[in-house]
Design a protein around this ligand. Structure first.
Ligand code: FAD
Length: 493
């Protein structure tokens, strides 16, 4: 997006904000967009003065969104920074929230792809390699090219892995990183054809649009067609992504005047559409209005490509034997196989921590890096912090949560280096801009509930967050990318 586009969208945003009774200044403050706006409008922002004299070698493993943001903020805060990023991918900072827009034909791959080296902060060392071994007792990591790198402090920011191989029928696809073009090339041998696709990696997003167009064109020519949208049983990044693709497919069918020829079926392993009750109710209504069939408690287990079936294990609880001691019935889990035929199937695969992390001393039984959920410090190794999709905390697998987490990690890491108490706390904030239509978004912001209660809404704007809005669409489509590029990846927002 150039300055002209940006200024035009800002004018539209100003007009809508005015209707809602919010000034642009307040909206910018809410979004932490000051730096981004200055970059786009009137040249580079003045960097904040480095304030800490703390010293020590910091190694950041993973230079995607969280890793680069952490490096940039540390680099700005330390007077004598000694920071190394280990990252193999020359396009690691590619903009994953834009994959949805590519998958529905609104953006192209060029809009989401950019070069890692442009975002490595000045003075930070970039080792273009991959960590293959963590040795936290000796404060060392080993890389695939055979280097041993020592550190005083480490930040783990490897993101997560798409575990396509866990789905029967997709074993050949195996592990895929969202931004890795080599993985994408392998995945494309199976996905992106015959109606099967996934926006969860860059090339997959491109192919999703091709597959969606073929699907719409079949419906347009009068064929009765079926689209199936399965969610995985594991935690996954961007909890709203499947809903977005359902809604965008619905829009494309309407535009082609072919909606009545297609069925749209959304499947989730969970018992609800969203963990926050208010958003669950709102999405339930959105799906009902759009004629989307919803299926709960369906574990996505297999793709039968030959017969074009998505296979689920439907599960429910039934009363078993009476327990005389507890004076209640034992509950027994029952399952049955459910087959859903598809012409178009958009897959969100199961997701996991990278094996190299999960199987190392810094991993956990479930794979994710175990950190104190508020300070983000490793539970066993105090000189290690972790940030982004790889951490084992409830919720929190989104760029929006990474944006809150990296600030906490930087503040606490500097406190540790200075021998002070760790005071910064992450509160579980995360955000999901649920695209309900082209031109409409429900900005679902939420955070952990008190004392283990379900998560609660956490709107930044003084507006009802369960409403679909054109304003939030403008933010999603025009503002979030510069906010990421010029705000977060430079450690400013
Ligand atoms: C389809 C889709 C839609 C999304 N939509 C939204 C949205 O609307 N809003 C939102 O907030 N978020 C959204 N997200 C989520 C958001 O993009 C991620 O949560 C965010 O990118 C996580 O950042 P990260 O740094 O943890 O991981 P990443 O950005 O994935 O970076 C991890 C990096 O670590 C590197 N790495 C991995 N292993 C190693 C190793 N062994 N050694 C060295 N480096 C390694 C990888 O190469 C990679 O570059 C979406 C994601 C997807 C896929």
């Amino acid at each position: 997006m150039d300055n002209k586009d940006f200024n035009e969208s800002m004018e539209q945003i100003d007009a809508i904000l005015k209707q809602e009774g919010i000034s642009r200044r307040d909206a910018m403050k809410i979004l932490g967009l000051g730096g981004a706006t200055m970059m786009m409008g009137s040249g580079a922002a003045t960097p904040a003065k480095a304030s800490s004299k703390a010293t020590g070698k910091i190694v950041i493993v993973g230079g995607g969104l969280s890793g680069i943001a952490t490096a940039a903020k540390l680099n700005r805060a330390l007077k004598n920074p000694d920071i190394t990023i280990i990252e193999p991918n020359p396009q690691s900072t590619s903009y994953q929230p834009g994959y949805t827009l590519v998958g529905s034909g609104l953006w192209t791959k060029d809009d989401i792809t950019y070069e890692t080296e442009k975002f490595i902060p000045s003075g930070v060392t970039w080792i273009q390699d991959k960590v293959v071994e963590f040795d936290p007792k000796s404060n060392k990591v080993k890389t695939s090219k055979g280097q041993t790198i020592s550190y005083d402090y480490m930040v783990v920011a490897t993101g997560l892995v798409l575990d396509f191989g866990a789905i029967k029928g997709l074993e050949e696809v195996g592990d895929v990183f969202s931004a890795d073009s080599n993985d994408g090339a392998r995945a494309r041998k199976i996905l992106g054809k015959d109606g099967l696709c996934s926006i969860y990696f860059g090339d997959g997003a491109v192919d999703t649009w091709t597959q969606m167009q073929e699907f719409v064109s079949k419906a347009s020519s009068g064929s009765k067609v079926k689209a199936v949208f399965p969610e995985p049983h594991t935690p996954f990044k961007c909890g709203g992504a499947q809903k977005k693709i359902v809604n965008l497919t619905n829009r494309r069918l309407h535009d082609a005047k072919a909606r009545e020829n297609a069925t749209l079926d959304f499947f989730t392993n969970r018992g609800k559409l969203f963990s926050v009750p208010e958003y669950h109710e709102a999405i339930k209504e959105q799906m009902k209005t759009r004629g989307v069939n919803t299926h709960f408690s369906h574990k996505f287990v297999e793709i039968d490509r030959a017969n074009k079936l998505v296979i689920f294990e439907k599960h429910w609880q039934e009363k078993g034997e009476w327990d005389e001691d507890l004076k209640e019935y034992m509950m027994v889990t029952k399952t049955e196989k459910v087959e859903a035929p598809y012409d178009f199937c958009h897959i969100i695969p199961p997701q996991k921590a990278p094996d190299v992390v999960a199987s190392s001393p810094i991993g956990s039984d479930k794979g994710w890096v175990p950190v104190n959920k508020e300070t983000l410090q490793h539970v066993k190794y105090p000189n290690i912090f972790a940030v982004g999709d790889v951490i084992g905390v409830p919720l929190g697998k989104s760029g929006g949560s990474a944006r809150k987490q990296y600030a906490v990690v930087v503040e606490n890491l500097i406190s540790l280096m200075e021998g002070k108490e760790l005071k910064a706390k992450y509160n579980g904030y995360t955000v999901c801009p649920v695209i309900t239509d082209i031109g409409k978004v429900m900005l679902a912001e939420f955070k952990w509930g008190p004392d283990g209660q379900p998560p609660v809404t956490a709107p930044s704007f003084p507006l009802d967050p369960t409403k679909e809005r054109w304003l939030m669409w403008l933010l999603k489509a025009y503002m979030l990318k510069p906010m990421t590029q010029y705000g977060m990846l430079s450690g400013r927002a």
